[in-house]
Design a protein around this ligand. Structure first.
Ligand code: GLA
Length: 648
């Protein structure tokens, strides 16, 4: 691949052929070179079982090809047509309370139902056979955002098979699930159910295994379609768009090696500066799922950020800044949901590249401006994103922390990881996200935020990292349970006691807490005893008055820090500063709100600078600026909202 992709989801089935022609003309004007077609087109492609209507798609594919736009052709299996559910009522999903859902939205299927799996492979095969040789076809987009689960009897049977494979013996399952508690001991595999709605709290290991099971089951469903498409088009890349959300039971770090190109959808959940930080976080996470290689931003919103309550219109320049942040962090392009804003349907007010107002709009002008500038950045593709720091991220640790009845309902894994990421984003220090158990030896600093669940192997590899000279920062509520979600006894954090040189006797969830240094924490505190570590800061006041809050321990050739509360951003930033200084990580000291990413290839480096602030700034950098095509000599003047990519 020698170019960066620009485009989005294109849903021509919602429009007349006259509009298709205008679409292609506008795509050319906007520099669009790749569109995802057909994601939700199943009922237009197969209006009755076995009767295919490919004529309209033939025309669309031809038109796009004539216009120089390549197609990422989707299999429409995330939304079976109404006839499917009527014909196969057993393939409609059942929620945890036993309610069978009916058609009327999307994602209304159980991926464990044989009829669904057969139909999904069937429509993928029909599309593959029809378009394998079409010159517009560049990539396959299987399904949409795998993550939909079900609690029906098909799912129960598949869950039992998965458990038999994981545990072998029922005794091992009973031990792992601690079924002696509340008389849950199983005497027969058939007694085991999915974690359906029950009287009181659900068994947390059962709930965790159900999510692990669904990740594997959905992966199988993906593989079935992939095998069919691979057979028909051996040379074309096959992907699916990963979605990031608390409801998603898909472990993307494991799925990353199953797709030819990791692709993500990214919709920040906050407005303001939070959206910028989340954009950088999502992009760094995607790169980790891609094993450090490049990946693709498959969907983002052209014109809005949704904070869960309302849309916040992206101010002028913001779409471009978010897109560049993704590109800087390894995306091979910037794609959107969707090309043209729908006139009706459930998402008609979702922003689009061509808004309801039409092309005579700020939105479309910004899209066209960015899309036509994109080829100037093509040389970034394939270079490495520089990072001397890794933050650990683990899907299972996230899932298990969504259990009920943890010591505080405010404990939130994603918040903890993003808070860590934010400190480095603010300081302009590049980070990778890495899975526990990854080879950490290349990093000067590793941060482990609230990794409640950690396996023996991952704990061991983290300890070896420090022994070998690494600098580790672990935050509160880490290393508490093992892979079966059972507490590691003898004092928290059982997995990291030795390396941290501490022993935690008790948790003290709190609203706010003060530290002797004047710093402030919140949410959480712990009764920490020193066991080799030194206290860097202590609690001041309250029941923990005088006991260690932040500790530092020299272990082997390295250093391990622990912070037992959730520091506010000022305190967290200071602590991170101390850790990185000790580890010899360079701190660029950029003006507030300026995002920086460094890329390198053999002889060349690139500095990507994005000024999210409302101030004009001056940055010490010299080289060739790709967007404007001019040589710049330090200091580079970067206006408020502007961006630059400087090659040196
Ligand atoms: C997801 C889906 C799209 C669309 C957008 C809206 O990413 O893949 O079909 O629903 O969300 O935000």
């Amino acid at each position: 691949m020698t170019k960066l992709y620009f485009g989005g989801d294109y849903n021509p089935e919602q429009w007349s052929p006259e509009v298709w022609k205008e679409d292609v003309a506008l795509m050319r004007q906007a520099g669009v070179n790749l569109v995802t077609v057909g994601v939700f087109a199943w009922s237009s492609l197969e209006p009755e079982p076995g009767r295919y209507e490919f004529g309209w798609l033939d025309q669309v594919m031809d038109l796009l090809h004539e216009g120089g736009v390549q197609v990422d052709l989707a299999t429409p299996t995330a939304s079976p047509p109404p006839w499917f559910g009527l014909r196969h009522p057993d393939a409609l999903p059942v929620n945890a309370s036993g309610v069978r859902l009916t058609h009327g939205s999307r994602d209304t299927y159980c991926a464990c139902a044989p009829a669904y799996r057969e139909a999904a492979v069937g429509i993928a095969k029909a599309l593959g056979e029809r378009y394998a040789e079409h010159p517009a076809l560049a990539m396959w987009h299987v399904h949409n955002e795998y993550g939909t689960t079900c609690h029906c009897d098909h799912a129960a049977a598949a869950f039992r098979r998965w458990l038999q494979h994981r545990y072998g013996e029922l005794d091992r399952l009973n031990a792992a699930w601690t079924t002696a508690f509340w008389s849950q001991g199983y005497a027969d595999w058939e007694e085991i159910q999915p974690p359906r709605t029950t009287q009181y709290l659900v068994n947390p290991t059962q709930a965790l295994d159900f999510r692990r099971f669904w990740s594997d089951e959905l992966l199988e469903a993906f593989r079935e379609q992939k095998a069919v498409l691979r057979g028909l088009t051996p040379k074309l890349p096959i992907t699916t768009n990963f979605v990031f959300g608390g409801w998603v039971p898909v472990d993307h770090s494991r799925w990353g090696s199953e797709v030819d190109l990791v692709a993500i959808d990214h919709y920040p959940g906050s407005a303001g500066r939070g959206a910028e930080e989340q954009t950088a976080f999502g992009a760094d996470l995607a790169r980790s799922w891609a094993g450090g290689k490049s990946w693709l931003l498959m969907e983002q919103a052209a014109g809005s950020v949704n904070d869960g309550h309302r849309l916040h219109t992206k101010e002028p320049g913001r779409m471009a800044r978010h897109s560049l942040s993704h590109l800087a962090r390894g995306s091979r392009g910037a794609l959107f949901f969707q090309w043209r804003a729908s006139r009706g349907g459930a998402e008609m007010f979702h922003s689009a590249m061509v808004p309801h107002a039409g092309p005579d709009s700020r939105r479309f002008r910004e899209i066209a401006e960015f899309g036509t500038a994109l080829p100037r950045l093509a040389e970034l593709d394939g270079s490495e994103v520089e990072a001397e720091v890794a933050i650990l991220w683990d899907a299972e640790a996230w899932w298990v922390m969504q259990a009920t009845h943890l010591p505080s309902e405010d404990l939130d894994y994603l918040t903890a990881v993003q808070a860590a990421h934010r400190q480095f984003w603010t300081a302009g220090i590049g980070v990778d996200l890495a899975g526990p158990g990854a080879d950490l030896s290349a990093y000067r600093v590793v941060v482990v935020p609230s990794l409640y669940l950690v396996s023996d192997a991952a704990a061991e590899s983290i300890a070896r990292y420090v022994e070998g000279g690494g600098h580790l920062l672990v935050t509160y509520f880490s290393g508490i349970v093992d892979q079966d979600a059972q507490v590691r006894l003898g004092g928290y954090p059982g997995a990291f006691r030795d390396v941290l040189g501490i022993r935690v006797e008790e948790f003290h969830p709190v609203a706010e807490v003060e530290l002797a240094s004047g710093g402030r924490g919140g949410l959480w505190s712990e009764h920490v005893h020193l066991a080799g570590a030194e206290a860097v800061d202590r609690y001041a006041g309250g029941v923990l008055d005088g006991s260690p809050a932040i500790t530092r321990h020299e272990y082997g050739e390295g250093v391990a820090w622990y912070v037992s509360t959730q520091l506010d951003d000022a305190g967290y930033g200071e602590l991170v500063g101390q850790v990185v200084r000790g580890a010899g990580v360079a701190q660029p000291g950029l003006p507030a709100g300026v995002e920086v990413v460094r890329r390198k290839a053999e002889q060349v480096t690139w500095t990507v600078l994005i000024n999210h602030s409302e101030e004009d700034v001056a940055i010490p950098v010299t080289g060739f600026e790709l967007l404007s095509g001019v040589e710049v000599v330090s200091p580079l003047r970067l206006a408020a909202g502007a961006q630059a990519v400087v090659r040196a």
